[in-house]
Design a binder for this molecule. Structure first.
Ligand code: HEM
Length: 129
């Protein structure tokens, strides 16, 4: 069969690379988010997040090969994530999604991606403040 994955439909590796690179360029200058990232070099974090999303949307399974089960709630436990951090994270993600042109990311795929990010960001909240 040839059911196209979301990953393929939006342009594959190149689109995910652009999306997540744009996201991390926002994180790098965000005064709420930047201090949460333990490493000075954001490159490795960018790569982990990109691998995870590629896998989630039907692309290569490199994330699980390297990192095992995602267990994202658990992996975020070291960081206090309240509504302020969630909203800062989503702001960066909205900028990143907006940077992908409609020819690559049509309305339907854009909505699916945005809905997922909003759901996932909420599910990572681990602090009331
Ligand atoms: C890792 C922050 C939401 C996926 C991290 C790290 C931080 C962080 C500080 C550690 C960086 C690293 O060394 O990898 C946040 C904050 C969020 C958020 C403040 C606000 C809600 C999300 C969401 C997803 C996600 C919604 C998925 C859609 C990941 C992944 C990793 C990660 C895959 C790497 C996990 C691993 O170690 O394999 N995040 N995150 N994060 N985050 Fe988030």
């Amino acid at each position: 069969t040839s059911a196209e994955t979301f990953y393929e439909a939006v342009g594959g590796a190149e689109t995910f690379r652009r999306l997540i690179n744009r996201f991390y360029r926002e994180v790098a200058v965000d005064e709420i988010l930047r201090p949460l990232y333990p490493e000075e070099d954001l490159g490795p974090a960018e790569r982990r997040f990109r691998m995870f999303l590629e896998q989630y949307w039907g692309g290569p399974r490199t994330y699980s090969d390297e990192r095992g089960h995602p267990r994202l709630r658990m992996r975020h436990n070291p960081f206090r994530i309240g509504p302020i951090e969630r909203d800062a994270w989503l702001r960066c993600m909205y900028v990143a999604i907006a940077s992908i042109e409609p020819e690559t990311l049509d309305d339907q795929h854009r909505k699916a991606l945005t809905d997922y990010m909003e759901m996932a960001a909420q599910s990572m909240v681990n602090s009331p403040l």
